[in-house]
Design a protein around this ligand. Structure first.
Ligand code: ADP
Length: 360
């Protein structure tokens, strides 16, 4: 349904999208996941025909977006990161306006009523958009995308700025829409794609670094058995005892201390659950476990893992993530932040240069 082939987008000397290719089958919900500046919005804007790529090809249901933009755009409903709302209009006026603009041929009253029903805004149709909550405004934006019943719906960061309850509602809504449409959404939140998407395409610095079924990523995240455990006892001996257990891939003492207890970060071998054995082993020695907290895999961890991966051991090597983080979490985060800042500054400079060139 959506096919992207060797897409490149340069802003001056800055390459925002660097030769990416992937396709989305009819009925799939695919998440484009990546940190800010990865190239997600640029890709979305090219997909919707709002921007043109420097090179490469994008087609929607076999129609080239550059060769025949009108026909391709008829197949797309788009919710940009900032929903294009006219705040002084009522919901009904705005959706009617969208209907006209798209030249929609479906029976007007029924179609708008149906869309309002799907996105659950029937009760606010007469209200002025400005006065709606952010969650409702987002729903109105989604309703606008659904007018004309497009085959493909594209969402750019659909839950950004919403409160937790609104986030859950919008995610459920997107899942429901996925039953009748092909959906592609961009986000920088791993949990969002895990909750909503069938497949995850991870993009970093304009390049695709992973393209996986969500269940594979989720399994990898779950199987990566990392946890923090708080144990009362002498830290050096406790650590040695933990390390001597089978099934432990990695263990370290964290700096945190709580009375006589220390916190240990433990990572087990792939697919092994060591928690019970750890409990009995510590109890035998008279060391009490007073806390245990499972550690999820962050987006940063996933990046480190997938960027490092070799062809067939992707996401499956325990120890690697923990070792990369050993005592250096802050340093790593600082390094990532510095790289991002530096990237941002370089890209802004490149963008400024382009703008100056354009003006000339
Ligand atoms: P994301 O949506 O993943 O945050 P973007 O697609 O917005 O990423 O940006 C990708 C890169 O392209 C960033 O480095 C950004 O600074 C740069 N960029 C985006 N839009 C422009 C523009 N209009 N002019 C110059 N550079 C841009």
């Amino acid at each position: 349904m959506i096919k992207i082939e060797h897409l490149v987008k340069n802003y001056g000397s800055n390459c925002a999208v660097d030769d990416i290719s992937f396709s989305v089958e009819a009925g799939e919900i695919v998440g484009l996941l990546g940190p800010n500046g990865a190239g997600k919005s640029t890709t979305m804007n090219i997909l919707t025909g709002y921007l043109s790529g420097t090179s490469g090809k994008v087609s929607i249901d076999g129609i080239d977006i550059l060769a025949d933009p009108l026909s391709a755009k008829k197949l797309i409903g788009y919710l940009p990161e900032q929903p294009p709302l006219y705040l002084d209009m009522t919901v009904d006026e705005y959706l009617g306006f969208g209907y006209e603009l798209k030249g929609c041929k479906l029976p007007r009253a029924e179609h708008i009523a149906e869309v309002c029903e799907v996105v659950k805004i029937s009760d606010v149709r007469k209200r002025v958009i400005r006065n709606l909550s952010k969650g409702y405004k987002q729903r109105v934006g989604i309703a606008q995308a659904l007018i004309g019943n497009p085959k493909v719906i594209i969402f750019d960061e659909p839950t950004i700025g919403l409160d937790p309850k609104q986030i859950i509602e919008i995610r459920n809504l997107i899942r429901t829409l996925g039953k009748g449409h092909t959906v592609i959404l961009s986000t920088h939140i791993l949990q969002e794609v895990q909750a909503v998407c069938d497949r995850i395409v991870i993009i970093n610095k304009g390049k695709i670094v992973a393209d996986e079924l969500t269940e594979n990523i989720s399994r990898a995240v779950e199987n990566n058995r990392r946890f923090n455990v708080k144990i009362c006892g002498p830290s050096r001996e406790v650590l040695a005892a933990i390390k001597s257990m089978s099934g432990i891939a990695y263990a370290e003492v964290l700096a945190e201390r709580d009375g006589e207890a220390y916190t240990y970060m433990i990572e087990s071998d792939y697919g092994v659950d060591v928690r019970k054995k750890l409990f009995y082993s510590m109890a035998e020695r008279g060391w009490a476990i007073i806390g245990l907290e499972a550690l999820g895999m962050s987006l940063e961890d996933i990046f480190i893992t997938v960027v490092d991966k070799s062809a067939d051991d992707r996401l499956s090597k325990p120890g690697r993530v923990a070792r990369r983080r050993t005592g250096t979490k802050d340093a790593l985060e600082k390094q990532v932040a510095e790289t991002m800042l530096q990237d941002g500054a370089e890209k802004r400079a490149a963008a400024d240069a382009t703008e100056i060139e354009d003006e000339e």
